[in-house]
Design a protein around this ligand. Structure first.
Ligand SMILES: Cc1ncc(COP(=O)(O)O)c(C=O)c1O
Length: 441
């Protein structure tokens, strides 16, 4: 290690006295960032600085929340003005109407939208709506997909040895957390992703009991695994054949691949879709969008679908959402995200080839992941569990940290391009990757 991390280590010791592992989420602690996390203090554009003054190009971007990079001048202006007027009223505001109108213009399936505070809240609400709408309880999720930390979603979301996964036609249910009653998982059916024949077989047995099939459009919690051609449309058709809703979880992909997210990019018509992350440009947000026939179930009545929340439609956040969506609607933003991302992907592939490192770079445009593997591609969770050297990825990223590149060492996440990234940042990444490869071999 060449950087000075003295103050990061001091902060870790201090934070550990009052926080579990010194952090507020296990994905940020020493288990991922061994021997300890880098304590970040400041960000601007594509850059962050740690408490020891080390500068990094940030390719994690708050797990994708920072689509405009750090401290975008427009966001800073909106927040500074808004906070001086009162941050939140938990009452009707013009701010939420403005944010919702912009959201509706951009997301094709949004006859209506409901704002919450996190992606987890959004997926929680989507499932409740689906259950109310269909009168059914069970739902289907895919292996390796993450939809937040609500009880029924918390299974088969972490990597495990292949022997533990059970047969793909009937995957073993592996809880991601203690403290969830086993009975919760009786209502969950798990299927392998990117595999229509196996999904058809599972649905033939249990499809008529399903309220919903929920899927990420691009599998983003085992790195970055794109869907096979036509796969998502086939999943949607199958859901409908069995009377289930098709829920597209766009918490990662929303507002990233196109103004209308992956539903626009892949020309899909989900019954419900969920959003978070990039929608809030760094502020806590979640959203559920869909047709009136489903969302209106939340109207006040004896039989309503309940969704309360003191911070729903948080005024300051709504101001940020509106400003962020205006910025994203301006011409050229998505072209730039794709150009920078594709240059980084092509450049990394070139570095690995020249350095004779067996690795694939998967994804396109604004999101991608590196897998150290002897395979040509990683198609699903089982490939990820069997063929990806996640420890090598962690070593690679730790070396990149020394070269001024910030990224999580967890292979399950993904590299994120924001509108703040430049060609210079890509050059810095490629030079650092080249050096890291030299040190790895
Ligand atoms: C696909 C997906 N859905 C839902 C969530 C939950 O979002 P949040 O962390 O905002 O609760 C995440 C978070 O990473 C996610 O990746």
């Amino acid at each position: 290690m060449t950087r000075n991390l003295t103050r990061s280590r001091e902060y870790l010791a201090r934070a550990q006295q009052s926080l579990v592992e010194g952090v507020n989420s296990p994905s940020r602690g020493a288990a991922v960032y061994a021997p300890g996390p880098i304590f970040l203090e400041r960000g601007r554009g594509s850059r962050v600085w740690d408490v020891d003054g080390n500068e990094y190009v940030d390719f994690m971007m708050s797990f994708g929340a920072l689509i405009q990079g750090h401290a975008h001048p427009k966001i800073v202006e909106v927040v500074s003005k808004g906070v001086a007027e009162g941050s939140h009223f938990a009452a009707a505001t013009p701010a939420e109407a403005e944010a919702a109108a912009r959201f509706q213009r951009m997301v094709p399936s949004a006859q209506a939208v409901r704002f919450a505070n996190t992606g987890s809240e959004a997926t929680m609400l989507a499932l409740r709506l689906a259950r109310a709408h269909t009168g059914r309880t069970k739902f289907l999720k895919f292996e390796g997909h993450y939809h937040g930390w609500y009880d029924p979603y918390c299974l088969n979301g972490h990597g495990h040895p292949i022997e533990q996964l059970g047969p793909p036609e009937n995957p073993a249910k592996i809880p991601d957390s203690e403290g969830i009653p086993a009975s919760v998982f009786e209502d969950v059916i798990v299927a392998p992703w990117n595999d229509i024949p196996r999904l058809e077989a599972i649905l033939a047995k249990q499809g008529s009991q399903l309220a919903a099939i929920i899927t990420e459009p691009i599998m983003a919690n085992m790195g970055c695994i794109p869907p096979r051609d036509g796969y998502l449309q086939q999943v949607c058709n199958l859901a409908h054949r069995y009377g289930a809703l098709f829920i597209l979880d766009e918490v990662v992909t929303g507002f990233r691949y196109a103004p209308g997210g992956c539903q626009q990019f892949y020309n899909l018509k989900p019954d419900l879709s969920t959003f978070g992350k990039a929608l809030g440009a760094g502020f806590p947000i979640g959203a559920v969008a869909g047709p009136r026939a489903i969302l209106d179930r939340m109207r006040w009545s004896e039989h309503m679908v309940l969704h309360y929340g003191t911070f729903n439609g948080h005024r300051l956040t709504m101001n940020v959402v509106a400003a962020n969506l205006d910025l994203l609607s301006a011409d050229g933003g998505y072209r730039k995200l794709f150009a920078i991302g594709d240059a980084a992907i092509a450049g990394l592939r070139d570095v690995f080839r020249r350095r004779d490192v067996q690795a694939v770079v998967q994804g396109f445009g604004p999101m991608f992941q590196v897998y150290f593997t002897t395979r040509d591609a990683i198609h699903d969770y089982r490939d990820y569990c069997q063929y990806v050297d996640t420890a090598k990825f962690s070593r690679f990223v730790h070396r990149l940290h020394d070269q001024g590149i910030y990224m999580t060492p967890s292979n399950g996440l993904h590299w994120i391009i924001s509108t703040a990234h430049t060609e210079r940042d890509v050059e810095a990444l490629l030079a650092a990757a080249d050096q890291a490869c030299a040190e790895l071999s």
